[in-house]
Design a protein around this ligand. Structure first.
Ligand SMILES: CCCCCCCC/C=C\CCCCCCCC(=O)SCCNC(=O)CCNC(=O)[C@H](O)C(C)(C)COP(=O)(O)OP(=O)(O)OC[C@H]1O[C@@H](n2cnc3c(N)ncnc32)[C@H](O)[C@@H]1OP(=O)(O)O
Length: 161
């Protein structure tokens, strides 16, 4: 597993302008949402889309709740991680202070969904974020809002020294 110091070094490098449509880098290799090396993870792949971010995502059987339906916590995890990609565009590390998910219809296992997220407002350290999840027909399956609060690097090193 990557040690924290080298992870922090790669993280700082990620806060730079990213081209439209290009895959954004994962938060780190083991991240539950997007880390390619996490066997339990969602392996979320995200692109910049204007001032926001977009992903096509399919939940698999590791994330099942009721039979055939994605676990609500898994859906919240992926949305939370999607918000984490907005931080590259905002240019500052931040953490989730509040996350709401409105589950409007079941998210089906094995079905591709489009996910979008953007920043709706910024007030001091607070980032107000919103996201949506739609199916191939454009039907709105889930919506979400979040408040992220920007933090310094010390937030991540706390408790490791
Ligand atoms: C350059 C190098 C960088 C290095 C980076 C290292 C590598 C990173 C690797 C990987 C990142 C992956 C990122 C994506 C993953 C998804 C994101 C997550 O899952 S994050 C995990 C879950 N979240 C937490 O663990 C937070 C736990 N909470 C806290 O630590 C604190 O509560 C914290 C830092 C969020 C805030 O604490 P306070 O003491 O600093 O600040 P206070 O005063 O409490 O709040 C700040 C402001 O926010 C408002 N606020 C709080 N809750 C609010 C709400 N619900 N609505 C509106 N405002 C709210 C408050 O009223 C205050 O506002 P007013 O400054 O007074 O104007």
């Amino acid at each position: 597993m990557t040690d924290l110091k080298s992870m922090l070094a790669t993280w700082a490098e990620k806060f730079r302008p990213h081209a439209e449509g290009v895959d954004l880098p994962p938060h780190h290799e083991q991240c539950l949402g997007c880390g390619p090396d996490n066997p339990h993870g969602h392996h979320l792949q995200v692109r910049r889309y204007g001032d926001g971010v977009v992903a096509e995502h399919t939940f698999d059987n590791r994330h099942v709740g009721a039979p055939g339906i994605a676990h609500g916590g898994a859906v919240a995890t992926v949305i939370d991680d999607l918000y984490g990609f907005l931080l590259y565009l905002v240019g500052a590390p931040a953490v989730t202070r509040q996350l709401t998910v409105d589950y409007r219809a079941p998210v089906m296992i094995g079905t591709p969904y489009r996910m979008e997220a953007g920043v709706t407002n910024q007030e001091g350290r607070k980032l107000f974020l919103a996201a949506s999840l739609t199916d191939r027909d454009g039907f709105l399956v889930a919506t979400s809002t979040a408040v992220f609060v920007t933090v310094g690097v010390d937030h991540f090193t706390r408790g490791t020294q």
